[in-house]
Design a protein around this ligand. Sequence first.
Ligand code: GLU
Ligand code: MG
Length: 467
Amino acid sequence: MSDLQSELRADADLVGILERRGVRTVVLGGSDTHGVMRGKRIPLAQLGRVLEHGLPLCDVFWVMHVDESDLVARPEGHEGYFPTERNGYPDIVAKPDLSTARIVPWHADTVLLLSDWHLPHDGGPVPISPRSVLSRVVERSRTLGYEPVSALELEFYVLREKVGTLHHKRAEDLVPLQEAPSTYGVVLGSHQEGVGALIRDAMLAYDLPVEACNPETGPGQFEINLRYGRSVKAADDAFLFKSAVKEVVGQHDLLATFMAKPASSWAGNSCHLHVSLRDEDDRGAFHDAASPHEISTTMRHFAGGVLSTMAELTALMAPTPNSYRRYVPYSWAGTTATWGIDNRSVGLRAICEGPDGTRLEHRQPGGDANPYIASAALLAGGMHGVEQKIEPPDPVDLDVYALPQGEVPLLPSSLGEALDLLERSEVARDWLGADFVSHYVEMKRAELRAQAVAVTDWEVARYLEPL
Ligand code: GLU
Ligand code: MG
């Protein structure tokens, strides 16, 4: 726990504590649908009022494209994102969560508070808000007797590019931090260690539980592992991490990207998602010393639920058309609804490491996934399996990428296909909420419409001269 959080435990007067520490600016931020942090900065003097009443801001950000082109993704109507008849872009309210308060070490005298989005006059959480969707799934898991625990592993590229000089660059001209990859490379990896150390130190000072860091298989690509925690906290950590890495390297005129596949010839960025359940006595509910591989019945059913819903929940793990470029054999991304014991070619890897370490790793989510939505989707599938006692198929101990087509169930290979399945998913509507699912499907279909009319570099390179 950070100094600030320990102080807050002893003395609930956050404003007084921050005054004594010389804080001048408070960032209030939360996640939009894409996983982009939205919010406002306020002077410390305003915080008392905001803690009491919340901070109003326009709800338009729910319908903005990720790059804010055309501003509003669905000019034809709003239903599905604001569950009232009101259509005039009214205010919603940011309600800060005190348990997330932290000093922002790379800005002067600044503190950040993650916020939940609420309807006005405390009509409760905005039903499509990703953090609220995850919180609801966690609450429901608790009513079934389990506390979900997650850990997220994030891969990302650092590029020698600056915001502001990038827009007209072709993808193939991007300059990565290193020319060549050096997977787990300690010596060659040391050439990117200046930036690695900068990121790790800043994240630790920001109270994010960095466990390990290594150069990944792409040029200038990193992987950073965050320690497990209760699922909302783990998603908070990953969400904060992504924004923080961008800000920190941006101050050094570098650009970090979690985009799933920034260049055709580079490895993708994943966000492997580890999960397990604790029982009411805080024991690891996935471990049973008496069962094969020490996998408990609860874990088997959880895996059964994840596997049976993996296709219909794919759009939540892979949110853009670009996300699907990772899904090829030997990319080390999950491409099939399969599981196996410590098998990295399957979609769901079982890791059997005793009472506290036994867990499942979902290998489909990309670095571009919203950590709240991906975590909620994984828990929805798994808890559905626990509730319905779904038996999984046998674990596979072969190289799944090498199997002939049709041998194991493939996952959707395009956003359009994934959205059609998500729209029909009863599990998604039941666990994540009908409002959330319709909003998500609408937003992502708007993204597909934008993509459908875009002429790409690949098309020009391929067709311009010969045709
Ligand atoms: N970069 C790979 C992907 O996009 C994952 C590599 C790994 O196994 O860590 O899925
Ligand atoms: Mg990795």
